[in-house]
Design a protein around this ligand. Structure first.
Ligand SMILES: C[S@@+](CC[C@H](N)C(=O)[O-])C[C@H]1O[C@@H](n2cnc3c(N)ncnc32)[C@H](O)[C@@H]1O
Length: 292
């Protein structure tokens, strides 16, 4: 097991937790961090169960699709999507991620490209110019709630009517689980978990108050490796992520004009009713939508 890669919740590069203004690029603070996160993301090539389900659902249409992959990271989804679609564009606000993609897909055909771009302004792309847009692995949680709305509006704009969109985001209903001290085996693991636990409690309010809200900005510790590394880079390891209630997310999507085709739990179960969706305590949910 690679202990660098959390299995139940995932965050991103330090410094990427604040949205840069449109057109500006967020910089990663140190070369070591950049390398660390780029390497983690670049090593991934698996699909998450909801992604598998949605890609299968679109299997017949993919070969004719122009696809925009926002927050492409190290190319996990590129591996799975680019060979199956007519044209693939991966964007990320982090230049280090783009360098990783350029290297990883050096032999790519002309139909696959990468571009630096912030999700809140997809200005390089024309209206109705894509058939499918994705923003995977909770990348959208780096944005504050109003910025997330801007990103979702931009995704709506660049999609053609009838085009599809898929993203995942952290579920506020799961937040209380981060306030539990997890069982660990080994002294080092216990130390890391104790530090995470203390920091989460110190930096955030009471979970009962947070969970009464529709959406919150939550400080969390990401990619703990060793206690020493953690202490040295304490504040660089602290990320801020948006957690939202499913009903608030649905409302935001519907206000923009999206029609939701399906909401999926972590293991791919379809949350068929609003009751099921609102009751889910999974760490994150996938929203699969269409532009009517
Ligand atoms: C958790 S990583 C996921 C990477 C990749 N999609 C994957 O699934 O492996 C999130 C990615 O989103 C990017 N990102 C975050 N906010 C962004 C924004 N506003 N615009 C573009 N990219 C963003 C980060 O730089 C990071 O590469």
């Amino acid at each position: 097991v690679n202990r660098d890669i959390p299995t139940e919740k995932v965050a991103g590069p330090p410094g990427a937790d604040r949205a840069a203004p449109p057109g500006r690029t967020e910089t990663v603070r140190t070369q070591r961090d950049l390398d660390h996160f780029v390497q983690v993301y670049r090593s991934w090539s698996h699909l998450l169960p909801p992604e598998q389900i949605v890609f299968e659902r679109l299997a017949e249409e993919l070969p004719s699709m122009r696809v925009l992959d926002i927050g492409v990271g190290g190319g996990r989804t590129t591996v799975n999507l680019a060979p199956r679609v007519r044209e693939y564009v991966g964007v990320d606000m982090d230049p280090g991620m783009l360098v990783a993609c350029e290297e990883r897909f050096a032999d790519r055909p002309g139909s696959v490209s990468f571009l630096q771009c912030n999700a809140v302004s997809l200005a390089p792309f024309a209206d109705s110019s894509f058939d499918f847009v994705i923003f995977s692995f909770n990348g959208i949680d780096y944005l504050r709630w109003p910025e997330r709305r801007r990103a979702l509006e931009e995704m709506f704009r660049v999609l053609r009517p009838g085009g599809y969109m898929l993203f995942s985001c952290h579920n506020l209903n799961s937040l209380h689980k981060l306030y539990w001290l997890k069982r660990t085996s080994g002294v080092k693991e216990f130390l890391l978990e104790a530090m995470r636990y203390a920091l989460v409690r110190l930096c955030n309010g009471r979970v009962q108050s947070l969970q009464k809200r529709d959406h919150v900005q939550f400080y969390d510790v990401i990619y703990l490796t060793t206690p020493k590394r953690f202490l040295v880079s304490l504040f660089r390891r602290l990320g801020r992520f948006c957690y939202s209630k499913p009903q608030a997310q649905v409302r935001q999507l519907e206000e923009i004009g999206w029609r939701i085709l399906g909401t999926y739990a972590e293991k791919g179960a379809l949350l068929a009713t609003a009751e099921e969706r609102n009751a889910s305590e999974d760490f994150w949910l996938h929203y699969f939508c269409v532009k009517p």
